[in-house]
Design a protein around this ligand. Structure first.
Ligand SMILES: Nc1ncnc2c1ncn2[C@@H]1O[C@H](COP(=O)(O)OP(=O)(O)OP(=O)(O)O)[C@@H](O)[C@H]1O
Ligand SMILES: [Mg+2]
Length: 260
């Protein structure tokens, strides 16, 4: 049964999509079958992995609404072992449409139920909001990975995010775990990011991944070529770090004994 990891932080621009794409590709590079699920109406994950948003293309929105089974919206990417459930701006309506639906928090979980066995990992990219789309992602997930940008307001909103995870654990998804907190856009040359990184480690203790993602132009460039960093520039620091993150997640999974 594939493990489902939601990449979430309601703060914008902290590296959710970059992490979703590059973690998914790095896991696939370990000979694993991976499904990347784009739950953000911005569709950055879709574009960033090289899938053009054609008008009329069936998307995650159709799967949530029950119009198409999710397996029929999944497309192959150019990256071996990595498939994508795409999204586009139609998903904006998803938040509103879901409100009046049956099992509104469970739509994604129900949609992926039958395909989970076909994958080793399902990685969900969330929008920058604690909305019904993010709740659907968390309810469908085994764990939540929280990217945090190493900058001054890093912790802003984090308590609200942790509250949401805890509330879901008490109600709709009792098994939801925190996969870990990932420090992103770390810049060794500035005192500020070094200080913030050390404060975050102090605050989250052993919840913080050992791997820290550096600020890297190559990581920022890769999506404009529709490629994960390990295709775009495998020798870059960014590639090295996302490969290390994938290994850390695989090792954690072996340690906690959760089934893949
Ligand atoms: N490690 C990094 N080094 C340099 N640039 C990065 C890095 N990670 C992400 N970026 C860039 O920062 C911007 C925001 O990153 P990304 O899109 O991954 O964040 P996000 O949390 O998904 O944003 P949103 O909340 O809008 O969905 C993008 O332009 C991305 O290319
Ligand atoms: Mg994003």
């Amino acid at each position: 049964m594939g493990r489902v990891i939601a990449i979430a932080n309601q703060k914008g621009g902290v590296g959710k999509t970059t992490t979703a794409i590059n973690l998914a590709a790095s896991l696939a590079a370990n000979d694993l079958k991976v499904l990347l699920i784009d739950m953000d109406p911005q569709g950055n994950c879709t574009t960033g992995i090289g899938i053009a948003k054609e008008p009329g293309m069936p998307t995650v929105y159709d799967a949530l609404m029950g119009v198409h089974p999710i397996e029929s919206i999944v497309v192959n990417t150019e990256f071996d072992g990595l498939q994508l459930a795409p999204a586009d701006k139609n998903l904006v309506a998803g938040n509103l449409d879901l409100v009046d639906m049956d099992r509104r928090e469970f739509r994604l979980r129900d949609a992926i139920e039958n395909i989970r066995t076909a994958y080793d990992y399902l990685i969900i990219d969330c929008p920058p909001a604690l909305d019904l789309l993010t709740v659907n992602a968390m309810v469908a997930a085994d764990s939540v990975l929280v990217p945090i940008q190493c900058e001054f307001f890093a912790l802003e909103g984090i308590s609200q995010l942790i509250d949401t995870v805890e509330r879901l654990r008490d109600s709709l998804q009792p098994n939801l775990r925190l996969e870990g907190v990932l420090l992103t856009m770390f810049d060794d040359r500035t005192n500020l990011t070094r200080q913030v990184a050390s404060d975050l480690k102090e605050f989250f203790k052993n919840e913080v991944f050992e791997t820290i993602i550096p600020r890297s132009i190559r990581l920022a460039e890769a999506p404009s070529f529709g490629k994960p960093i390990i295709s775009y520039d495998v020798r870059s620091r960014g590639a090295e770090c996302y490969i290390k993150l994938a290994k850390e997640i695989l090792a954690n999974e072996q340690r906690t004994g959760s089934a893949a």
